[in-house]
Design a protein around this ligand. Structure first.
Ligand SMILES: [Zn+2]
Length: 371
């Protein structure tokens, strides 16, 4: 395929751009780092066809590249923040045999450079792209609080959404992601002197212990629903009956139906100890990304293109969330995992496989042409 040959020829240039981008370390919340990475994006994508605009948010700049055309646009989602505090890697970028290693190289700066080359390919060859809206956001790794309304507004007018997160560990694209809910269950009791009049107290820790076992029973491993009581705090000092205690719960589920079932059960919990009270706070952070007929049709397109490139792609399902969860929940066909192949996401050994870069980049370009 000609596109693949073009990408192969561009690989040295691709790696230089990838290095320049990765070296501008941009952990979520690091204003200076995010500004530098955004400046790189403006330099790289600015000269391309379309209009690049910028919106400053408390989380950092959100960039939007818009290419007009006929019909509803294809929305492409990219986040340029990473989970790695500056200086986490021994070297900010290096090549090691067939790997390029660096903070965010895999999740997902590599995917962003792949998009850059897909767009450059279109300009070099004159091939037609659909109308595009490309969002570059600074806060995905911390839950997309600022970007979410912008992502959802753009998705509502889009015909399809492509997410440039990396593929699965086996290289598959992502058609389903679990929803993620974060809850805090608090037990309130009554403080009393443990030695003098313990009978006047209501022990919140004891109450919470009863509740944690009920909570754990709400899991449904067969359906893939998990509920982790992973943080617990309570009490003040050892000679006072504990007045307060709370637990943080991490819910993951494939379907909204399961989320609702668990949420209802959590809200329905009743105290076991006389005089104890319960309070539930928190909610769904990312709704489940459930495959639909339209999103599977989108995957089938990508699969056929992958075959022509020698890639065998399956419809992957993963437990972690992305911004694709928001768009899929709006009913917009969403395909995720279109970034670069590699591994060790969120670890200090994060890498992409260099020899696979041309194929993944060609896949992205050809998929854009096909839409
Ligand atoms: Zn990511």
């Amino acid at each position: 395929m000609e596109t693949l040959a073009w990408m192969q020829a561009k690989l040295p240039e691709f790696l230089r751009d990838l290095e320049a981008f990765v070296r501008r370390e941009s952990p979520s919340g690091d204003r200076a780092g995010l500004e530098e990475a955004a400046a790189f994006l403006e330099e790289a994508f600015g000269p391309l066809e379309g209009r690049l605009s910028r919106k400053d948010t408390p989380a950092g700049p959100v960039l939007l590249l818009r290419r007009e055309g006929e019909g509803a646009p294809v929305l492409v989602l990219c986040h340029y923040d990473t989970v790695h505090p500056k200086g986490s890697f021994p070297e900010p970028f290096h090549l090691e045999k067939d790997k390029a290693v660096g903070p965010g190289v895999y999740d997902m700066k590599g995917g962003i450079i792949a998009l850059l080359y897909a767009l450059r390919h279109a300009e070099a060859t004159g091939r037609r792209l659909p109308p595009l809206e490309i969002l570059f956001t600074p806060d995905e790794e911390t839950g997309s609080k600022e970007s979410r309304p912008l992502i959802e507004a753009a998705a509502k007018k889009a015909r399809a959404v492509l997410v440039l997160e990396p593929p699965t560990a086996t290289g598959d694209l992502k058609v389903a992601r679990k929803g993620v809910g974060l809850y805090r269950l608090k037990a309130r009791g009554k403080a009393a002197h443990q030695g003098v009049e313990p009978e006047k107290g209501v022990n919140a820790i004891l109450e919470l212990a009863h509740q944690i076992l009920k909570v754990a029973a709400l899991e449904d491993r067969e359906k893939g629903t998990t509920l982790g009581p992973n943080v617990v705090r309570g009490g003040t000092v050892s000679n006072v009956v504990a007045e307060e205690a709370w637990v943080e719960l991490d819910l993951r589920a494939w379907t909204l139906e399961e989320v609702r079932r668990v949420e209802e059960a959590l809200r329905g919990l009743t105290p076991v100890l006389p005089g104890a009270r319960l309070e539930l706070s928190g909610g769904l952070n990312r709704p489940p990304m459930e495959p639909t007929e339209a999103s599977l049709a989108l995957f089938a397109k990508a699969k056929a293109i992958g075959e022509a490139l020698g890639l065998r792609l399956e419809p992957g399902r993963v437990g972690g969330g992305s911004d694709g969860n928001f768009t899929a929940a709006l009913g917009v066909p969403t395909l995720d995992g279109l970034g670069l192949f590699g591994g060790d996401a969120h670890q200090r050994t994060e890498y992409v496989v260099v020899s696979e870069i041309p194929r993944r980049t060609a896949l992205l370009a050809e998929l854009l042409y096909a839409l």
